[in-house]
Each structure stands twice: as C-alpha cells, then as structure tokens.
Design a protein around this ligand. Sequence first.
Ligand code: CTP
Length: 396
Amino acid sequence: MLAGKRVTLIIGGGIAAYKCLDLIRQLRRAGAMVTPVMTRAASEFVTPLSVAALAGMQVYQHLFDLKDEAEMGHIQLSRLSDLLVVAPATADLMAKMAQGHADDLATTLLMATDKPVLIAPAMNVRMWEHPATQRNLAQLQADGIAIIGPDSGDMACGEYGPGRMAEPEAILATITKHLTSGPLSGKRILVTSGPTHEPIDPVRYIANRSSGAQGTALARALRDLGADVIFVTGPANVPPPDGVTVHRVETAREMLAATEAALPVDAAIFAAAVADWRVENNFTQKMKKTTQGIPALKFSENPDILATIAAHPRRPRLVIGFAAETETVVAHAQAKRARKGCDWIVANDVSAATGIMGGTENAVHLISEEGVEDWPRLPKADVARRLAQRIAEALA
Ligand code: CTP
C-alpha cells in the first residue's frame, strides 16, 4: 500500500522507542522505504544497529558528521521523504519543535523540511498534562503538524493515564492515510456500527447480538480508500479500526445526537443494530426483587436514525441502510428502503441458522433504485471492500 513512499522516522529518546522497531518492520512490509534518524537519547533505548538492520539502511544520528554530510547533507535529508514521523515524540522534542530549536540532527531536519510532519507523543502522564506540554501541543497543531495519540493505559513508569505512544498499527494506519490518495480522498463518510444498550436501571440494559464486525470492516475499507471516516459506535465486541474518528455511544438517542453532530458528510452508512425500543420507565436506582417483584417494563419507540438523516435538511448525497431480516429478506428490505428514504439497502438474513449475526461472514443483497444484486457469501471484510468500492464509484 505504501510502495514507493519514503518515510523519515525520527526516533526520540523514550522507553517507547522500542516500538519503533515494530513500526519500521510494518512500514517496510507495507512497501515504504524508511530513513531512520535517532536522537542521542534514543540510542540509550534502542541500538542504532537494530534500527539499521530493520530499516535496511544506515541510521543518521549526528549533525556534524562529515561522512554523513558528504554523502547526504541535512537539508537534502530533510526533503528526501514524503513524510517525517517523530516517534516517540518526547516532551523535550515537542518543546524544541514548538520553539523552533535546531541544535541536533533531528530538530534541524524538522526545521528544514518542506514535507508534512506527524508526531506520536509518548511521555509520563504528568508531563503530558503539564501546561507547558499542552501549550506546545497547541502550537504544533497550529503549525499544521499532525498528531497521533497518546493512548491511555499503564505506563512503564508505573502510573496510569494518557501518555503511552500509539501502537505501531495505529501509527501505520495514520501514515497510510497521509500518504495514499484513494478514490475516496477528501470525502467525509459516516458509519454507525454495533448494538445500542438501552438501560432498564443503572446495572441492567437491553441489547442485541450485533458484534459491530460488519460496520467496523466497512469503516476500515472506506479508510483504506482514503475516506475521512467518522465512526459512531455502540458497545461493540470488536475494537474500532485505527485511523478513523471514533465516537462511542450507548443508547439510540446518543447515537442520533452523535450522527447529527457529524453532518455534513458525503455519505452515511447505517450498519448499527439500533434498539427499536427503549425502556420508558427506566429506574434511576437498581431494581430490587425484594421490594419491586416482577417488573412491568414500559417501552417507547427510539428515534429512527437512518430515517431522520435521510430526511434531514443536510442529507448526505448517499444514504445507505442495512436491513437485518429473518424472513422474506428482499421484499422486507425493499419496503424498508422506501419507508426510510435511503438510496441503498444492504439486506441480510440474520436468522440463527445463517450464523451471520455475530459471525465472520455475510451474504447480502444490494438493493437500490436499479434493482437487486445478490452477492455471494463472503467474509465481512470482503463485503466491506466491495461496498466501499461501490460507494467510491457512486461518489466519483
Ligand atoms: N436504524 C436506525 N435507527 C433505528 C433503527 C434502525 O438507524 N432506530 C437503521 C439500521 O442501522 C439499519 C436500518 O435502519 O441501517 C434497518 O434496521 P433494521 O433493524 O433492519 O430495521 P428496523 O427499522 O428496526 O425495522 P424492523 O425492526 O421492523 O425490521
């Protein structure tokens, strides 16, 4: 996917530097050529020899290295690649970048480059939250530098919180997005995914068997074609893809609010299995069987997110619904398409025998104004790729 692309990877001095070895491996596997640059501190964490071995080329470390300068001057080096990636971007490197320092090879390259720059910050949580780092971050964003992460979690220093460097897969996905221009480049596409949870009381809820697998695969396929994907997901079993903007919601009403907030978009795909009803008399305290006996739940209808967006003043050009049916699949789906006002319906049979709901494969019918197309049973990722391709053709 990155064949012929050149990435200069500037490795900063932090414990997360070890993840760069994997990042280099993944970048090269994707076809990219990686020019590694290490700060002096970085070589305390990983050896230049390991980096050079994985990159398959020499590591650049020093500004005043006659041999390096004779072979490739630092200005030339700074312009050589399609993208400069700083990983890990330490608090110190971020401060230097924000201030415009150029006192070693890494910072000089960053000052001299005319190419886009992506940084993956990694540091202790207090350092990340420090007003100075946040000031520097704002400055770097204002300077047009792209940022990925940091993630939250356990840190090498024993603390917990934001500060962990994004995982190599996530960095690779972001790099790919920066460097590839697919047929959906510049298009904003919304995908809803997963089930919704409708509370009965603070500890109980009503849900359904959707795993979120089809919506997630679709978001990934759209991203791979270059789309800017806004992924609104209920509590799914599968993690959201890297390189998309994720909004996590629980209820149908939250999903509607997040979806409306994402408008305008070029296309919207409603792959979520939204609960049709919510418990109207949901309890603010946990229901007790000792005092309440068998509860009588009262339901009210949830908003229909797809129908709302299809009739919205800012309706996307292409609105696609899914129809989960257990009988007379195509006829029900055709009626659904008309009722909801969407352009296409992707219909599937979710009766238990098919193993589709919560499974890895899907057999769909694509229903549009032109008629019905029956697709073969395919892995959900292939259904997603085929659909993403069709969306790209429709939006072209
Ligand atoms: N949908 C939605 N909001 C809802 C219900 C459904 O956006 N409140 C969307 C789903 O994401 C899907 C499509 O509408 O794209 C059809 O969902 P489905 O559950 O098959 O249809 P329902 O409207 O619930 O119809 P029924 O339950 O009667 O089959």
